[in-house]
Design a protein around this ligand. Structure first.
Ligand code: PMP
Length: 306
């Protein structure tokens, strides 16, 4: 688990304010119905500067998620982008951190029809964050809970309410002694982990489920697809059967919080010839170079704070 010590300065509806003053009333709609959208963003301290990773893409996804539910965010993307950089600077952060911007429905009674008139609040906080999982890898169990299907709720919008599905899968995985869950989609094909996308390596090819298996369209997933294909590894979005997990040469998870995390076993069965395998290792190294600003080809993914 990431150590959680939020920094004292937050941002709430356009103003920087102390964390202790950033409160909401109990009638807040989002508390009752999960009507919030959010992002998790990392900023990396590389000794010279703090660089926010894929800032504009995260803000764009936040607005797309809000738009999906007709939430009328009262700020522009550029205001939110500036506030994210601003909150890091205001807290004088000189270490790697995790930033959580979110938008939520405020006092809208018990009304289930969110319209453009619904009061949407936007806030963010930041906390110093190290690695989430061991670089040597984690154990994973296939969940008996399926990833919700696009025919019931959208996987394209990163909404608060979606995460109840992630929570029951995580509870089950931990109860069964695994570090993390992996969910199948409604058809029984591989979807994703509760907070990470999944990649498998088979015969030198890197495979990840298509969006039809209802994973979040992760930004780290996108990074790995680009980095891998630019380094000559064939990468494909494809349907993945559950059994392919057990015979995979390598498996890893990707996400802002989890970065690139090798999977050592699935349901107690070891993966490949010892984890992390060569492609996983090379993706971990490449990703680390990118976020630490050591690879000029991806410099446009970084926004300096200072
Ligand atoms: N899937 C889910 C359900 C997630 O919550 C996350 C984390 N945002 C991811 C995948 C990975 O997405 P990203 O790489 O954009 O952090």
């Amino acid at each position: 688990m990431i150590k959680f010590e939020p920094c004292p300065t937050t941002w709430f509806d356009g103003k920087y304010m102390p964390l202790a003053k950033a409160h909401v009333p109990i009638i807040t709609h989002a508390i009752h119905y999960g009507t919030s959208v959010f992002e998790g963003i990392r900023a990396y301290w590389n000794g010279d500067n703090l660089n926010v990773f894929r800032l504009e893409d995260h803000v764009a996804r936040l607005f797309k998620s809000a738009q999906f539910y007709s939430m009328n965010v009262r700020h522009t993307q550029s205001e939110i982008t500036k506030a994210i950089v601003g909150i890091c600077a205001k807290n004088k952060l000189r270490k790697s951190c995790y930033i959580r911007p979110f938008c939520f429905v405020g006092n809208f009674g018990i009304n289930l029809e969110i319209t453009h008139r619904a009061p949407i609040h936007t806030a963010m906080y930041v906390f110093p964050a190290k690695r989430l999982y061991d670089t040597n890898g984690i154990t994973v169990g296939v969940s008996s809970w399926r990833k919700f299907s696009d025919s019931s709720i959208s996987h394209m919008a990163k909404a608060g309410g979606n995460y109840l599905n992630a929570i029951i899968a995580t509870q089950e995985a931990h109860r069964n002694g695994y570090d993390e869950a992996l969910m199948l989609d409604s058809r029984g094909l591989v979807s994703e982990a509760p907070g990470e996308n999944v990649f498998i390596v088979r015969n030198g090819r890197l495979l990840t489920p298509t969006l039809a298996s209802s994973p979040l369209e992760g930004l780290t997933r996108n990074c790995i697809m680009r980095i891998a294909s630019e380094s000559g590894i064939q990468t494909q979005e494809i349907d993945i059967a559950r059994s392919e997990l057990y015979v995979a040469d390598e498996i890893f998870l990707t996400g802002t919080a989890a970065e690139i995390t090798p999977v050592t076993s699935i349901d107690g069965k070891s993966i490949g010839a010892g984890s992390p395998g060569p492609i996983t290792k090379s993706m971990m190294q490449a990703y680390n170079s990118v976020v630490m600003d050591k690879d000029g080809r991806y410099a446009d993914w970084l926004t300096p704070v200072y």
